[in-house]
Write a protein of this length. Structure first.
Length: 393
């Protein structure tokens, strides 16, 4: 007797499962940010210069991009539960390798595989969208994405605090243990579900990502919305340590890292974006969240010597940028239900490129025009996205 496999289980009523997926996404993606606050410590550990140490971040990002291109599309081909479980276990193995690194080369190689396997978070998000009922998809994606975003924002604070207490190897050791436990939890918690996509060869699957970009104008439009906002987001978080380390603040690394808690609060607020999408207010909500981000950039630029303005600005920036992100993904996952993992590759891949451009712009703009000029660049990018939104029919 065959089992009915076409009917996906409704995820929305199962709040424990939604919570597990949200926490798992946050824990998975956090791994690519653990090394960032430790670069100065690692230069002393391995006897290298600061320029060489920056390769750790670069190689981790390259690994993440490789995972987006070569691993995430498999979510439309194979059983997602098994793919996610094995990828999470792979992250644990890569973190363990980083923990025991005898030298810099070993650590860089481990960092690459940490980046590759951390993309299991980007396999879980389309899985959540696939399992959710149509009328609740935005809310479910919003909850899961909130977990992912909070993981990004809290990773640096966690890494800095643990390293201060127990050393840098403890950061990666705790991360490895966490990912092994998480892999076991996900294997038990995630439903067994087969891909709805027609069977294609692996090269055909990769080529179809480019076809989606070509054939789906809504996907291209949403990439512009999200990419401009995320570039502004990375501009702020890249330049913020330079601002806070100087007069009038003179904050230390731990205090600077704790500012990420403000971004986490904003990401939690952005969870409402999914509900707005489900209620039919998605298009207008995009403009509202963009305006919140633009106002935050303006406030932080004009009142850069007032910590209250920075605090409020970070909150509303994250609220705006992450709100648009959740609305974008709620929209694009409805385009091709059978291709949600490949849509994720196309969208997040371009999103990732925009973030890299934002990081580069942050250094140049801060050097040339200081913090106010840097905020002006971020605001102009978001304003360009809002202007493009005005052309949407």
């Amino acid at each position: 007797m065959t089992q009915p496999q076409q009917q996906a289980p409704a995820l929305t009523p199962s709040m424990p499962l939604v919570t597990v997926m949200a926490v798992a996404c946050g824990l998975a993606v956090a791994n690519i940010y653990y090394a960032q606050p430790l670069l100065d410590l690692l230069t002393r550990q391995f006897g290298i210069g600061s320029g060489t140490a920056s390769l750790i971040v670069t190689v981790t990002q390259i690994g993440y991009a490789a995972g987006l291109v070569f691993l995430v599309p498999l979510g439309d081909q194979v059983n997602r539960r098994r793919l996610i479980t094995w990828t999470a276990a792979g992250t644990g193995a890569a973190l363990a390798a980083a923990m025991i690194s005898p030298g810099f080369g070993w650590f860089v190689a481990a960092s690459f595989f940490i980046g590759v396997t951390a993309t299991c978070a980007q396999i879980m998000v389309p899985m959540a969208a696939h399992l959710a009922e149509d009328g609740q998809r935005g809310a479910v994606v919003g909850r899961v994405m909130s977990g992912l975003l909070i993981g990004i924002l809290l990773a640096r604070a966690f890494s800095g605090i643990v390293a201060d207490i127990a050393g840098w190897r403890a950061v990666f050791g705790i991360g490895a243990l966490t990912m092994f436990v998480l892999a076991a939890v996900l294997y038990r918690a995630l439903p067994e579900e087969a891909s709805a996509a027609a069977r294609m060869s692996y090269p055909q699957t990769l080529r179809s990502v480019a076809a989606l970009l070509r054939d789906e104008p809504t996907l291209r439009r949403r990439i512009v919305y999200g990419g401009c906002g995320f570039a502004g987001f990375t501009i702020v978080w890249t330049a913020l340590p330079f601002l806070l380390a100087r007069a009038p603040y003179h904050y230390g690394e731990t205090a600077i890292g704790l500012f990420s808690l403000l971004g986490a609060a904003g990401a939690l607020g952005a969870n409402a974006a999914g509900r707005l999408h489900d209620a039919g207010y998605g298009r207008r909500a995009v403009a509202g969240f963009m305006l919140a981000a633009i106002a935050s950039f303006a406030g932080m630029g004009l009142f850069s010597t007032h910590v209250v303005a920075i605090v409020l600005g970070l909150f509303f920036m994250d609220l705006g940028v992450q709100g648009v992100q959740i609305l974008n993904q709620s929209t694009i996952y409805a385009l091709r239900p059978e291709a949600r993992s490949r849509i994720t590759t196309a969208y997040i891949g371009c999103f990732f490129i925009a973030g890299a451009i934002g990081s580069a712009l942050a250094g140049v703009s801060f050097e040339l025009a200081g913090w106010p000029g840097t905020m002006a660049v971020a605001g102009l990018l978001e304003a360009a996205a809002l202007g493009f939104w005005a052309t949407e029919r």
